[in-house]
Design a protein around this ligand. Structure first.
Ligand SMILES: *Cc1c(COP(=O)(O)O)cnc(C)c1O
Length: 378
């Protein structure tokens, strides 16, 4: 059942890849030094690197508080719990997202209510209000590929109907909207440290940001069993602490983020220029209010599956993120969460493609990919 090993082996064979973890962590020795630090002091559980990492993480995006947790998925789950989302409540989210946005809603006993997307792959904010009823308690916008959702409108809706906002910012570290970083628009902002995300560690990890002390205090309890001290529970909680060794990796890795993001933006811009002239391709609108981190570089295209096969043959790891929206997934259909109109999401799933846009992809590589796409359509 572990399909990941096989997948990573296959992906590693491409010439132009989505991920270059070897190159990114070529300074392995420096990381081992930090790990040695942790081991030699036995500083394993909520060790000092956890708060060091949290401080660095939050400062880079001007958030007041950051809480390191076990994964991006846990970041979402603990956020929902901290905001008192529970059995019988409804949470609004886009159907076009990664599975991890959905599962935390189920985990707290709430009901997911799906919304269609726009062709920039984000939730269609104009379709939110019609789904709000007395059980609706929260909205979970997902900043797809690091493009921040229309938070001006979403915040207005949340205020009017007294809803919480949990930002799924797992794609969006260092993305900005109207001058503000992702992770500062919701009651909480949730990030993943998975090796395939922009800010990553050597296993699993996640971070929750918030600007409210009360929420922060609850999250600190929730990630550590709900314990207020060694012997007393304050609330029910979890074991979802960010591992200290992973925090040490993240602490050092964060220093690379500015440059990494800069090069991703450069590559994306080159793709935009090279591909927008191809009539079979539709690049999402680039909103001038948004500075995107390009966690992914995605667009819609004709003959998508053939194009992917073609690019793969030239050693280019073109991929689909993701071919099946949530409302069509088996457990959602089984539980009757699939009803509604999701025309755009279905079209996106059928026509979306992502190209490698990593910092280790050179200008020459980008030009090569553009050339091959041109050849394919001509
Ligand atoms: C990766 C991801 C998550 C969850 O991250 P994990 O750390 O793998 O649990 C949540 N939402 C989105 C949109 C993601 O891409």
């Amino acid at each position: 059942m572990n399909y990941l090993n096989k997948q990573y082996k296959k992906d590693g064979k491409f010439k132009i890849k989505h991920n270059y973890l070897n190159e990114q962590f070529a300074d392995t020795k420096d990381y081992f030094k930090l790990i040695k630090d942790v081991v030699s002091t036995n500083d394993f559980t909520l060790g000092s690197y956890v708060s060091k990492f949290e401080n660095k993480f939050k400062k880079k995006i001007n958030a007041k508080y950051a809480v390191g947790v076990g994964s991006g998925t846990d970041a979402l789950k603990l956020s929902l719990e901290a905001l008192d989302i529970k059995l019988g409540d409804e949470v609004i989210l886009p159907t076009f997202t990664f599975y991890a946005s959905l599962n935390p809603i189920i985990a707290v006993g709430a009901k997911p209510v799906f919304i269609d997307s726009k062709f920039d792959f984000n939730i269609d904010e104009k379709k939110i209000v019609e789904k709000i009823n007395k059980n609706t308690k929260a909205i979970m916008p997902v900043h797809w590929a690091g493009k921040i959702c229309n938070m001006s409108v979403i915040k207005k809706i949340a205020k009017k109907y007294n809803l919480k906002i949990v930002e799924d910012a797992c794609h969006a570290y260092l993305s900005k909207y109207k001058g503000k970083f992702a992770g500062n628009f919701g009651h909480t902002g949730c990030f993943s440290l998975h090796p395939l995300k922009n800010v990553n560690v050597w296993g699993d990890g996640g971070v929750i940001t918030t600007n409210e002390k009360k929420i922060y205090d609850r999250l600190i309890l929730l990630r550590n069993h709900g314990l207020k001290n060694r012997n007393e529970l304050e609330i029910f909680g979890h074991n979802s602490r960010l591992d200290t060794i992973q925090a040490a990796i993240g602490y050092k890795m964060l220093d690379k983020l500015d440059n990494l993001t800069k090069i991703r933006r450069r590559n994306a811009k080159m793709y935009d220029e090279g591909l927008k002239v191809i009539k079979q391709i539709s690049i999402p609108i680039r909103d001038k209010n948004i500075i995107q981190n390009f966690q992914l570089y995605s667009f819609l295209c004709q003959d998508r599956d053939k194009l992917i096969g073609y690019l793969n043959r030239f050693g280019i790891d073109a991929k689909i993120h993701y071919p099946k929206p949530m409302h069509l997934q088996k457990p959602c259909v089984k539980n009757n969460y699939h009803k509604g109109k999701f025309e755009n999401a279905i079209k996106i799933a059928k026509n979306i493609i992502s190209l490698p846009v990593h910092e280790y992809i050179s200008k020459k590589d980008v030009k090569f990919v553009i050339k091959k796409i041109n050849n394919f359509y001509n």
